[in-house]
Write a new protein. Structure first.
Length: 361
């Protein structure tokens, strides 16, 4: 028996020759440890005029075993076999690939100075070396706020920091960005709103005590409606209905739009070093109705009235003949049913147009 020793992922080729070569009933099959080999993309089987081969594209440790090739026809069978041993590859390479370099590295490491042992700093109660500060004065809605402070000790792993808003734990959101980095603490609020107005507190606690610092912030809302003019000069030009003109000997006053309250006596007075003169006139402005309740087209109104006043013929309703009720189609014959079945009963009667008829079951 031939034995092959391989390493994982190598290829393997098995071959043999069989007779007779021209027997159409000859059947060749491959077995592994007595089990018929199933088709696989890693296996390639060749049989051609007595030449039989079996190829492994890649072998793995689970392919180790006894392989046999069995040829059979109507008269008998023959068998040949071999053994394959596949060793796995190492997943981790723990041995050095360059022993001389490893030896030099070990010498350098042994000759180095031993690191000095640093003593742990003594624990102290927390305190703020810089109080919580922020922008001065009040803020306007939509601005960005930056608050910051500093504390010590900054290397205490047991120290805990907490932000409070109006003495309650602050709810963080997408507009709030906090930083706590080696004693530096900051809070950025994007697009402040009036609801952000209040007292902000930073509280730090460790095993030896606690400390806190505060900052009072005020945010004022902006107007949703701009009722005041943004350009006083333009507003004066727009709102002025009175336009005066003095061109050499021509003096004029133009009122663009008149209202009833403009009624009155208007005077024009001219003065110089020699004297003065004046001229006056009376203007009366009649008010117009704000709501026009009368028609603007009398002829169309008369036609509408004629159409509305025309009497429409009432439909003639036939008189209902009242007669005693009578069943013209009685109920069906007797029914014999099983429990749980459905049943439908119906009948017809006259008169069918009598609104006072009463039916009872």
């Amino acid at each position: 028996m031939t034995q092959f020793q391989l390493t994982a992922r190598q290829t393997c080729h098995l071959e043999c020759h069989v007779r007779p070569t021209d027997d159409p009933s000859l059947n060749v099959q491959w077995y592994k440890d007595g089990q018929l080999l199933q088709a696989s993309h890693r296996f390639k089987h060749v049989q051609n005029f007595g030449y039989v081969a079996f190829d492994f594209l890649q072998v793995y440790p689970e392919d180790s075993g006894r392989y046999s090739c069995v040829a059979s026809n109507e008269i008998g069978s023959a068998e040949t076999y071999c053994s394959i041993k596949c060793y796995p590859l190492a997943n981790l390479y723990l041995d050095t690939e360059h022993p001389e370099s490893l030896r030099r590295i070990q010498i350098l490491e042994q000759s180095g100075q031993k690191p000095s042992q640093e003593s742990e700093p003594p624990k102290i109660a927390p305190r703020f070396v810089q109080e919580l500060t922020g922008p001065e004065g009040y803020l306007t809605e939509g601005q960005t706020v930056h608050l910051q402070c500093r504390y010590e000790p900054n290397s205490d792993p047991s120290l805990k920091l907490e932000w409070l808003f109006n003495n309650q734990p602050m709810i963080h959101g997408s507009r709030f960005r906090t930083v706590n980095d080696f004693g530096y603490v900051s809070l950025d609020i994007l697009n402040v709103i009036p609801e952000d107005t209040g007292l902000y507190t930073v509280k730090i606690v460790n095993d030896l005590g606690e400390a806190a610092t505060n900052f009072d912030m005020e945010c004022r809302s902006i107007k949703s409606l701009y009722l005041d003019p943004q350009n006083e000069q333009s507003l004066r030009q727009i709102r002025s209905r009175f336009q005066t003109k003095f061109d050499f000997d021509t003096v004029s006053l133009k009122i663009l739009t008149t209202y009833p309250e403009d009624s009155g006596v208007y005077s024009c007075k001219a003065t110089n070093n020699a004297g003065e003169c004046a001229v006056s006139c009376l203007i009366k402005c009649k008010a117009t109705r704000s709501i026009l309740s009368e028609t603007q087209n009398e002829e169309s109104l008369h036609r509408i009235h004629d159409l509305e006043n025309r009497t429409r013929p009432k439909p003639v309703e036939p008189e209902i003949e009242i007669c005693p009720p009578k069943f013209i189609v009685p109920l069906g014959p007797n029914f014999t049913l099983n429990e749980g079945e459905s049943v439908h009963l119906e009948c017809n009667l006259v008169p069918k147009n009598d609104p006072n008829i009463s039916i009872q079951w």
